[in-house]
Design a protein around this ligand. Sequence first.
Ligand code: NAG
Ligand code: NAG
Ligand code: NAG
Ligand code: NAG
Ligand code: NAG
Length: 567
Amino acid sequence: MFSTKRLLAFVCLGLAYAAPQSANFRVHEQLVAAPRGFTSVGPAPATKIISLRIALAQSDKDGLVEALYSVSDPKSAKYGQHLSKAEVEAFVAPSSVTKAAVNAWLQENGLNATSISPAGDWIGVDIAVSKANSLFDADFTTFAYQSSGKQVVRTLSYSLPEALQGHVDLVHPTINFPKPIDLRLPKTKRAFHEIVPMKRDVASTCANGTIPACLQDLYQIPTTPATNNNNSLGVTGLFGNNAHYAFLEKFLQTYRPDMDPTTNFTVVGIDGGVNDQDGSSVSEGEADIQYTVGVATDVNVTYYFIGPDVNDDPTGGFIDEANLLLSLENPPLVLTTSYADSESGLSFDLIDKLCQLYAQLGARGTTILFASGDSGPGCLEDSSANFAPTFPSTCPYVTSVGGTQSFSPEQAWPGSSGGFSNYFPTPDYQAAVVSAYLASHGSKNAGRFNASGRAFPDIAAKADHFVVLEPDVFSFTGTSAASPTVASIIALLNDRLLNAGKPPLGFLNPWLYSEGFAAFTDITTGNSSVHCSQSDTARGFDAEVGWDPVTGLGTPRFDKLVSLLGL
Ligand SMILES: *[C@@H]1O[C@H](CO)[C@@H](O)[C@H](O)[C@H]1NC(C)=O
Ligand SMILES: *[C@@H]1O[C@H](CO)[C@@H](O)[C@H](O)[C@H]1NC(C)=O
Ligand SMILES: *[C@@H]1O[C@H](CO)[C@@H](O)[C@H](O)[C@H]1NC(C)=O
Ligand SMILES: *[C@@H]1O[C@H](CO)[C@@H](O)[C@H](O)[C@H]1NC(C)=O
Ligand SMILES: *[C@@H]1O[C@H](CO)[C@@H](O)[C@H](O)[C@H]1NC(C)=O
C-alpha cells in the first residue's frame, strides 16, 4: 500500500522539512485503533524529541539461530562451543548493501544516528516528532492510559520509504503500546520476626516463609561459596525497583549467617538508571537481589537497572539491555528478569526482534530466564475468551520459569502463568512433551489457547511467601521470586562447570527437554486459575504428570543436576 497523505499534509502546513526524495511509502506496521485503555489526547507536540530505535535487516538471522541450536543441543558436535562476540556479530551485522542504503537515507535527511548495538544492526535516532512524522509517514500522537493517566507518544501506523524497504525491519517505539504487567502481587506486610534457620529440613526451614535455607533444603542447593572469577549472574531491574545494599546486608546477617554480610552487587545503569541507595524501597528489586546474592553464594551479581528514560517503554528497555550485554566481552552467564508484557499487546515484528537478541545472548553462552507471570493463563482485556500468554516467556530462546507453592508436596501455584504463544510455533525441543500433554489434556480449555504455539513455562520453582527485607519483612509471592532462585541454581552449576574446565550451561531448553528434565521434580498437583475479572475466575490449566502449562517440566534438584552433568 502506498501513501503520500502525510507528506501532503505537511506541505500544506508549510513546514520546512525537505520532503524525502522518494515519495513512495509502504505501510510497514499499523494498528486499526489504539489498544483498549488508551485514548488519544491529541497530536504529539511537533518539537518534542523522541528516541527511535531502528532495527536494520541482519545479514544472516537464520544462521544465528542455527548456530544457537548447534551450541545448545547436547546431540550436536558443537554443544557448549559458544560463539565469540565477533562470531555472533558476523551473523547479525547488516549487509554492506543495507548499510549503504541506510546511510544514504540518513544523510539525505540530515540525521545523526548512533549505533546502539555492537554489530550495527540497531541504530538510534533522536528526532523531533514533526520530523519523525514526515520521515515515516506517521502520525505521532499523545495517548493516555485510562487507569493511570500516564501518557505515551505513539503512532497507529508508520511507513518506510522505498529506499529502506528490505533494509529496515522495524522502527520502535511506534505502534507498540506499553502495557507492562508488573509481576508483583499486592504485597502483604507482616509483623517482623527473625527466622533463624535451625534444623535443616524443609518442615522447619520453610515453616515461616520461604528463606534461603528453605530453598537450600527443598532443592538441595549447597551453601558452599562459588569460586570461579569468570562466573557471573545478571539481574534486570525496571520501574524504579532499586535494590539497597543495607537491606541486603541485613538479609544476609539474618538468613545467611554463614556468608560475609557485606557481600555486594554491582549496579549498571541503562537508559538513565542509577544506583539509588537512598530512594524508598519497591520490593521487586530487593527480592531479586536478596534471592540471587543470598542463594548463589559468592557469585558475582550485577544489577542491570533500566532507568526512567524508557519507563513508558519496557520493551525498549529490554532491547537496550540486551544490546548492552552483547557489547560486553563477557556478558553475564545467567540473566534473570521478573518483568513481562502481554504478548498480544506487542507486534510480531517487535517481539521477534527482541527474541532474536536473546538468541544472540544464548549463542554467546548466557542463560536467559524470565518469570512466566502471575496471572495464571491470563486473559485478554478485550474480554474475548482467549487466554493471554506473556512475553518474553513465549520467545523460544528463553527459559520461562513458573511457580509452585507449599513444600510437601510442592504444588502448582495458581498464579503461575503458562500457556501457548500466538506468534511463535512449538519449537522442536519441546514438541514431544507438548503433544503428549495435548493428547491427554488438550481438550480442557480448548479454543482458549493456540495449540500450535511455543508452550511455556519450561520449568518452575517455589513462588510463595518469600521473606524479603526492606528493611522490615515483606512476604513476597510470585514467579518473580521463582526466576531468581533458578538463576542462582544455574550460576552455582556454572561455577562447578567452569572449575571443571567445561563451558557454562548457556541456552538451556534443548538440553532441558532432552536430558535435564531428569533432574527436575515433576509437579503433578494444583492448577493455575484465571483471575482477571470477577466474571472470569475459571480454572486454568492443571499440573499433570509430565510437562504442563503451569509448572513446565517441574522444579530443579541441585544434587541431581550435579550428577547428571557429571560434576
Ligand atoms: C551526533 O551524535 C553524537 C552522539 O550523540 C554527538 O556526539 C555529536 O555531536 C552529534 N553530531 C551532530 C552533528 O549533531
Ligand atoms: C516460626 O515462627 C514461630 C512463631 O513465630 C517460631 O516459634 C518458630 O521457631 C519459627 N520457626 C523457624 C524455623 O524459624
Ligand atoms: C564482577 O562484575 C563486575 C561488573 O561486571 C566486574 O567489574 C568485576 O570485576 C567482577 N568481579 C569479579 C571478581 O569477577
Ligand atoms: C577466566 O577466563 C579467562 C579467559 O577466557 C581464562 O584465561 C581464565 O583461565 C579463566 N579463569 C578461570 C578461573 O577459569
Ligand atoms: C497460532 O499460532 C501460530 C504459530 O504457532 C500462528 O501462526 C497462528 O496465527 C496462531 N493463531 C492464532 C489464531 O493466533
